[in-house]
Design a protein around this ligand. Structure first.
Ligand code: ATP
Length: 680
């Protein structure tokens, strides 16, 4: 061990000691809080009879305050205990211009000594940004009060686990690469992890962007989009801690398993759990559970099961911008032509038609179906003034009923049906009374509800995160933009659409959010160079830059029959526990195929993940490409990779998603000719 390492080890011990002392102090104050709380409660109990309402309220408030301070202390202790395991991962020695050099140790949380001197800086602190943005030499960072310039004289990275320094790297040339390589080469057995120690410069720029009202991240498979988006949330929670709390953020996630898969990251970064909602849940909530509808998963499954040209055409049209603009034109048409004023007599008085029409037009800012009550009230006032008498109850309700009758429709669903007639495309709506709506109709119907009846916004949400953006259509974005008026982070990859007939690129999303900052990421971290090269055969992207990490060539294994193929998969599964890998994903095209493989393998330790599942499981998982989106595995097996099974555009998307889930090893199996999508 050299002198530097010795010095660092001693410093680590010193910090650990300080952490232990700080934990003891917190323990002491937690004990004191609970003792005071107990005494206060006892006091109230004994003096209850002599206390008036004001005393009781004051006592209650003081108990709440104590409990809150106690809880904060417990939270702080949890952070310190975590820091004890791994206090910091980086250090820069920074000399602000004209001042002495100071070492800045960077960790997941900050830690100060009793004199409030920073011993460890939170990775999100302004000074820590230099660790990600600069090498040795000139550097600067921005604080709320201005830019601080200076020089970085030293830069180090550490891996500290269970309080022990495992390794230390002096970065005089290329930052991060060594540590990044080690991190990426590891096998993964669990949910998504934080990447604070190895965030790259371009990723850091996205994480710390404070100005974009809408941030769109379009990145290739494995470019860290989801990781970055979650770190961005952690950053915003830190930067705006006075105004945004974890409960004010909302993640729109593709399914529950994905939500569970990413649920560790923010707590690892010291933040609370973030609320999460699926698109279907949002839809059901907005439609007030009035309609039954197909899920997105069911729509994709139907596309995979059979090639139905009419079904594809319906989806394609409803995923287009044209659909959204036609809906908007239709709303204008409704506004201008569907309110037909007719004679309205109250007693001897006839309400003039121009008066009725003018009142209807006055309320053009009010959703159309909400205007009738307002117009009726105006008519009542008009009649009262004209006749100089009070109206009878019967007259009042006659007016209330007459106005809506002047409008052609009363149900939004009827208007939606009428839209297709108006557009000259009645065949594009397949919906019989009492039947579930097709998924492609759900958000269009919500959009009409919003425009015609108004729907309350989600005003409490202060930041919205939308993952898998390519799977949502312009109409869905139009709904989201009206519903969530807050800043947004939207991320995805057009190549990973599960439905090529309805995929949205960053450019498409920009049309809905013209104020968006769009960032494109091409460096891929997940897979080995060999796996990335293989997946490029399926969906080429000339811009992709795989991180230089090598492994086995992917294997395409042909078998004489399906039974042989399943036995071949069984052998791979049996050999897996002895390997250095920890997670395996067997990814099929459809749920039926996944169930078939699951039944054939017949091992209790293999978990079948379906659209009903809510939890991500460690070990061996069998699932579909759609449900595996966003997940990753050390080893991936793609069964039934035959020409017969993977032949359409949707099949190709599924194959691409499945293969890009692999970090270290990829095997495709098939019986019959192999799919043309992987031919070299
Ligand atoms: N800077 C980094 N340091 C270490 N690991 C990283 C870094 N960036 C990305 N990774 C790793 O790369 C893998 C892919 O990241 P992530 O799942 O966030 O990517 P993605 O772009 O959302 O992928 P996909 O769209 O294919 O689901 C993860 O294992 C993540 O930890």
């Amino acid at each position: 061990m050299n002198a530097t390492q010795q010095e660092e080890k001693e410093y680590l011990e010193e910090i650990k000691e300080k952490l232990t002392l700080a934990i003891r102090r917190i323990d002491g104050s937690v004990r004191q809080y609970s003792e005071e709380l107990r005494e206060k409660k006892e006091y109230i109990h004994e003096h209850q009879s002599g206390m008036d309402d004001a005393d009781m309220v004051a006592a209650g408030q003081s108990i709440d305050r104590m409990a809150f301070t106690g809880e904060a202390a417990v939270g702080q202790k949890r952070k310190l205990l975590k820091l004890g395991q791994s206090p910091y991962f980086g250090r820069i020695d920074f000399a602000p211009r004209g001042q002495d050099t100071m070492p800045v140790y960077i960790g997941v949380y900050s830690f100060m000594d009793e004199n409030r001197r920073g011993l460890i800086y939170d990775w999100r602190a302004p000074v820590s940004s230099m660790f990600y943005d600069f090498e040795l030499g000139d550097a600067s960072f921005t604080t709320p009060s201005g830019v601080v310039k200076g020089t970085i004289d030293r830069k180090r990275q550490y891996k500290i686990r269970d309080g022990r320094l495992e390794f230390m790297i002096e970065n005089d040339v290329n930052i991060h690469d060594d540590v990044l390589q080690r991190e990426l080469a590891k096998s993964s057995d669990d949910k998504m992890k934080n990447i604070v120690a190895t965030i790259q410069r371009d990723q850091n720029a996205v994480i710390r962007n404070e100005t974009a009202p809408v941030m769109v991240i379009q990145g290739v498979a494995g470019s860290g989009k989801t990781s970055i988006a979650l770190h961005r949330i952690a950053f915003l929670l830190y930067r705006y801690r006075e105004t945004i709390a974890a409960k004010d953020v909302l993640i729109i996630s593709p399914n529950k398993v994905f939500a569970d898969y990413i649920s560790n990251v923010l707590p690892e970064l010291g933040e609370e759990h973030i609320p999460e909602l699926g698109m279907e849940e949002l839809a059901a909530d907005l439609l007030g559970h009035r309609y039954q509808f197909q899920t997105f998963f069911e729509q994709v499954s139907a596309l995979l099961d059979s090639h139905n040209a009419a079904f594809i055409e319906r989806i394609r049209f409803k995923s287009s911008f044209e659909f959204l603009s036609q809906l908007n034109q239709y709303l204008l048409h409704v506004e201008n032509t569907y309110f037909t004023v007719t004679e309205l007599r109250v007693g001897n008085l006839t309400v003039p038609l121009p008066f009725l029409l003018a009142r209807f037009k006055t309320y053009h800012r009010v959703p159309l179906l909400k205007r009738f009550a307002l117009v009726a009230e105006d008519v009542r006032t008009y009649v009262r003034n004209a006749t100089r008498r009070k109206l009878t109850g019967q007259e009042k309700s006659r007016i209330g009923e007459a106005i809506p009758r002047m409008f052609r429709f009363h149900q939004v669903l009827d208007l939606y049906r009428d839209f297709f007639r108006w557009a000259g495309r009645p065949e594009l709506l397949r919906h019989n009374h009492g039947q579930p709506l097709e998924y492609a109709d759900v958000f269009a119907l919500i959009y009409l509800h919003m425009r015609l009846e108004g729907i309350g916004t989600y005003a409490h949400v202060k930041h919205l995160l939308v993952d898998e953006m390519q799977d949502y259509t312009p109409v869905q974005y139009a709904v989201l933009s009206r519903l969530f008026l807050c800043n947004k982070t939207i991320l995805g990859d057009v190549s990973q659409t599960v439905n090529p007939y309805s995929s949205s690129s960053a450019e498409a999303i920009e049309r809905v959010f013209p104020e968006a900052d769009v960032v494109k990421l091409y460096r891929s971290y997940r897979s080995t160079v060999e796996i990335t090269a293989f997946t490029q055969r399926i969906t080429p992207n000339p811009h992709i830059i795989p991180l230089e990490r090598h492994g086995q060539e992917p294997v395409v294994a042909g078998f004489a029959s399906e039974a042989d193929e399943l036995q071949g998969i069984q052998r791979l599964v049996a050999a897996f526990p002895g390997s250095e890998n920890q997670s395996m994903g067997i990814i099929c095209k459809t749920l039926r195929q996944a169930e078939q493989v699951h039944a054939a393998l017949d091992a209790a330790s293999i978990y079948l993940l379906t659209d009903e599942s809510t939890l991500f499981k460690e070990g061996i998982i069998i699932t579909t490409a759609h449900l595996a989106k966003g997940l990753e595995f050390d080893v991936v097996i793609v069964p039934f990779a035959s020409a017969q099974n993977y032949k359409t555009e949707v099949d190709k998307s599924m194959l691409y998603v499945a293969c890009t889930r692999a970090m270290h090893q990829l095997t495709l199996t098939h019986s019959g000719p192999v799919t043309g999508f992987v031919s070299a």
